[in-house]
Design a protein around this ligand. Structure first.
Ligand code: PMP
Ligand code: GLU
Length: 395
């Protein structure tokens, strides 16, 4: 048989989804395993959103929609971006896709030519690096060490620019680090992008999950020249506990939106019609629910940070947003835990799952050694149990 696509054959399975699948399988096999792998809110989708989906089905909203999404949803997204981030888009600049992951992929397909370089701060969410390669681009990794709160500086960004650089991927607040760039830091990064004529793909899917009273700033709000080159990625998965509904979206320049929409019309057509109606309710309906979820996440974060830093051999910084903590396991490298010598984060996460019965994600796949990521999109009871197990495992 002839060789399959080289690009496709090189794709690595998502480490986050792999851990999640392994965890779910162990659970189904009757193992007493606790999961902090995939970042998926443990809350159920709010009832008003579910009701909107039932109503859509009853009203016969079960047909194809325009490939960029129903006008009511695109308007609801534009309204929410104005209300929450102070940025004005028309419904024509919004493109709805089947999850934010899909929006990222379509945006990269729209922007990249073979060999284009994409600046990607590490630690990064695993999908960016793979999706860049899947779209013919070349990830150029910029190191954002723990000592800099996992953030890059404008100097680092500038130093990584070459004649081939097309795009900078910003994820704020960040998965996996939970760190948040403030307005001044963003202004400095955006200035480099304007000066070097780079696009900015700004994944803001965790913008509703920011703690300690901090203020989220969208990079696109920093001026017309920045907005014109920014593609905002967002979705309802995280803030509204709607991971399974598969609705993501972008806000961008109208020409880019048109090309993305054309691309969608030959790949998925529109996302699920029923999910689109549910997302309209999520965005237009009462927002108190998401504030309540945010407060719960903040309490969990506080608990985890305190407990982790009290355990000998591991440590973590206090994240400012999203629902992830990066646990530094450097001091455990070379030790034997659960009967296995730990030479890497991959070794640790596998041993911790097999012997400690706790799922966390190795950050090797996030372009960062000696860390594992723990999500607090899990109940407080699980978090307590998981940290008790961590304490016993590393002893
Ligand atoms: N961006 C980031 C940073 C994420 O963590 C995720 C997690 N799934 C996504 C995008 C994709 O979200 P969705 O479920 O909408 O595809
Ligand atoms: N984004 C979440 C995570 O990082 C969900 C899994 C995925 O889509 O990668 O865990």
């Amino acid at each position: 048989m002839k060789e399959i696509s080289k690009v496709a054959a090189a794709v690595q399975a998502s480490t986050t989804l792999k851990v999640d699948a392994l965890f779910k399988q162990m659970k189904a096999d009757g193992k007493d395993v606790v999961g902090f792998g995939a970042g998926e809110p443990d809350f159920d989708t709010p009832d008003n959103i579910k009701e909107a989906a039932y109503k859509a089905i009853k009203d016969g909203q079960t047909k194809y929609t325009p490939s960029n999404g129903i006008p009511a949803l695109r308007q609801a997204i534009a309204d929410r971006l104005l209300a929450d981030c102070g940025i004005s888009y028309t419904a024509g600049q919004i493109v709805v896709a089947s999850g934010a992951k899909h929006s990222i992929y379509i945006a990269l397909q729209t922007l990249l030519n073979p060999g284009d370089e994409v600046l990607l701060p590490a630690p990064y969410w695993v999908t960016y690096a793979e999706a860049i390669r899947m779209c013919g681009g070349v990830p150029v990794i910029i190191d954002a060490p723990e000592t800099s709160d996992f953030k890059i500086t404008s100097k680092q960004l500038e130093a990584a620019v070459t004649a081939k650089t097309k795009l900078f991927i910003l994820n704020n607040p960040s998965n996996p680090t939970g760190m948040l760039y403030d307005a001044d830091e963003l202004r400095a990064l955006a200035a480099v992008c304007v000066a070097n004529d780079l696009y900015i793909l700004s994944d803001e899917i965790y913008y509703g999950l920011v703690y300690d009273g901090r203020k989220f700033t969208s990079v696109a709000s920093l001026g017309d020249d920045v907005k014109a080159r920014t593609i905002i990625v967002n979705g309802v998965s995280k803030s509204y506990a709607m991971t399974g509904w598969r609705i993501g979206y972008t806000a961008s320049d109208a020409k880019i939106a048109e090309v993305m929409s054309n691309y969608l019309s030959h790949s998925t057509s529109s996302p699920s019609t029923i999910s689109q109606f549910a997302a309209v309710e999520a965005l237009n309906g009462p927002q108190e629910g998401i504030l309540a979820m945010r407060d719960v996440f903040e309490q969990r974060r506080n608990y985890i940070v305190e407990r982790v830093n009290a355990i000998e051999g591991v440590s973590c910084r206090k994240p400012e947003g999203a629902f992830y903590v990066m646990i530094n396991i450097e001091k455990l490298i070379g030790k034997t835990l659960g009967g296995k010598v730990i030479n890497s984060s991959d070794d640790f996460s596998l041993a911790f799952l097999e012997s400690g019965l706790v799922a966390v994600v190795s950050c090797d796949g996030f372009g960062c050694s000696n860390f594992v990521r723990m999500t607090y999109a899990a109940s407080m009871d699980s978090i307590k149990e998981g940290l008790d197990r961590l304490e016993r495992f590393v002893k």
